[in-house]
Write a protein that binds this ligand. Structure first.
Ligand code: GRF
Length: 197
């Protein structure tokens, strides 16, 4: 079974792109559940609408990082995903989780990594930095998650040209549109590679 688990902390438009790709028949996968660290986010409403189970697992609800990572692992062991997708998840994945799901956790990032990755490069900051640097091309990346923030091997990228007059918001919008296509495609490729191995 092509089971996946999605982690998200915000609007969840990439999560929605995965739901839609499955519903349209473009992606052969089953979303076992959504894990989030926030209670009131649009991603939860998207999950509820699609009948996908949600678990809110917040670092602050646990006595320390070990207990937080144990809670994540308990839930993941119940859901048994072949692949874990970080889609706008704003918490660093604990090393214990990376190690148990080595090469089976991917993240989508709104830049052409290794450019504009790592601490501070999230959300609109990424697009501001691209424009401030005067780059003529940006894009998005899907990469494997390892112990270092945004530094796991890149699996796939899609370029987006910077246009004259672009603002961080306008660039973000075009990059996000590419993310929505790239992420379901990569998930499909990885799942079929897993089921054929
Ligand atoms: C996306 O830009 C993604 O690349 C980054 O966080 C954002 C999440 O957006 N990691 P959404 O919640 O999927 O709308």
């Amino acid at each position: 079974m092509n089971k996946i688990v999605v982690f998200a902390s915000g609007s969840g438009s990439n999560f929605q792109a995965i739901i839609d790709a499955i519903e349209n028949g473009d992606l052969d996968a089953h979303i076992a559940g959504l894990i989030t660290n926030k209670k009131r986010i649009q991603a939860i409403r998207r999950a509820q609408k699609a009948g996908i189970p949600v678990r809110v697992i917040k670092p602050g609800d646990y006595s320390g990082p070990d207990e937080f990572s144990a809670a994540l692992l308990r839930q993941l062991r119940l859901w048994e995903p072949s692949l874990i997708i970080l889609a706008g998840y704003m918490v660093k994945i604990p090393e214990e989780v990376v190690s148990e799901y080595r090469n089976r956790i991917i993240n989508i990032h709104p830049s052409l990594l290794p450019k504009y990755g790592g601490r501070g490069y999230f959300g609109i900051n990424v697009h501001k930095a691209v424009l401030e640097a005067g780059d003529d091309v940006s894009g998005c990346s899907v990469h494997l998650v390892n112990e270092k923030y945004d530094q796991g091997p890149v699996i796939a990228q899609r370029k987006v040209l910077v246009q004259t007059g672009d603002t961080p918001d306008s660039l973000a919008e075009r990059v996000l549109a590419e993310e929505h296509k790239l992420l379901p495609e990569v998930i499909g490729q990885l799942l079929s590679a897993t089921s054929n191995s």
